[in-house]
Design a protein around this ligand. Structure first.
Ligand code: ADP
Ligand code: MG
Length: 234
């Protein structure tokens, strides 16, 4: 699904990713952990094809990042910190807009189904403008998966969500996991990471410093594992 070899990303003269290697198999759900500024969001942006690598080899869905960005984008969903939604548009209008960009078939039906799945049926035609953070994030999740991606990239998706929204987000990840979707989730939320993910990687100073299966699905276990590696760095 993902094969990254010696990925380097420089911004100006600052080296953010330094010869990073990573392999991800189909259907894996991976927690991407690490201190602030380690390069987690940068890595996700490279995989989402938004940042061009400075050097190194990146294969996604068996396609070289230097070859065909559109083919990669068709199969990839990305949920960044910012929602990317049009705030004057309703959830339905937003989903139809993004769905059209991806050429989604039966778009109105698919959009309405997703809006119901994220619990916003009553707000389908209301402008997103007045929505709470939790509601906006639910529409943003629906937007990220409108085109049924095989790979989903989530950047701190649980931040600022209420319990209901957390449950809905987790349901979406679990349901799609059962359908074979691969997920990479940057997070500081160890409880959600331990609940949802099968494997964790730790990014420190632009490389993968640790990579292990989540053997015990508790926040405590994962936090201990993390602290062993990362220690006081935060
Ligand atoms: N557009 C940018 N230009 C310059 N430096 C950046 C840019 N984006 C991120 N950085 C720097 O790259 C480093 C890694 O950032 P980021 O990938 O956002 O880290 P993380 O998500 O792990 O907190 C940080 O030191 C940050 O300041
Ligand atoms: Mg980040």
């Amino acid at each position: 699904m993902i094969k990254i070899q010696k990925l380097v990303k420089k911004m100006g003269n600052k080296m953010i990713l330094r010869n990073l290697d990573l392999e991800v198999k189909n259907g894996e759900t991976i927690a991407v952990l690490g201190p602030n500024g380690a390069g987690k969001s940068t890595l996700l942006k490279v995989i989402a094809t938004l940042y061009k690598p400075t050097s190194g080899k990146v294969m996604i869905h068996g396609i070289d990042l230097n070859e065909n960005l559109n083919k990669i984008r068709e199969k990839t969903g990305y949920l960044p910190h910012a929602s990317l939604l049009y705030e004057h548009f309703s959830p339905l209008e937003n989903l139809e807009f993004f769905g059209k960009l991806y050429g989604v078939k039966d778009l109105e039906k698919r959009s309405k189904e997703l809006i119901k799945q994220v619990g916003l049926a009553f707000f389908m035609n209301e402008p997103v403008k007045g929505f709470s953070r939790g509601m906006i994030q639910r529409v943003a999740i629906a937007r990220a998966i409108i085109h049924n991606p095989l790979l989903l990239l989530l950047d701190e998706p649980h931040t600022g969500l209420d319990q209901k929204a957390v449950g809905i987000l987790n349901d979406v990840v679990e349901t799609n996991k059962q359908k074979g979707m691969t997920t990479l989730m940057v997070t500081h939320d160890f409880k959600q990471a331990a609940t949802l993910c099968d494997r964790a990687i730790i990014i420190q100073r632009g490389i993968v410093s640790d990579d292990f299966p989540i053997e015990v699905r508790t926040e405590e276990w994962l936090l201990n594992k993390y602290n062993e590696k990362v220690g006081g760095e935060n």
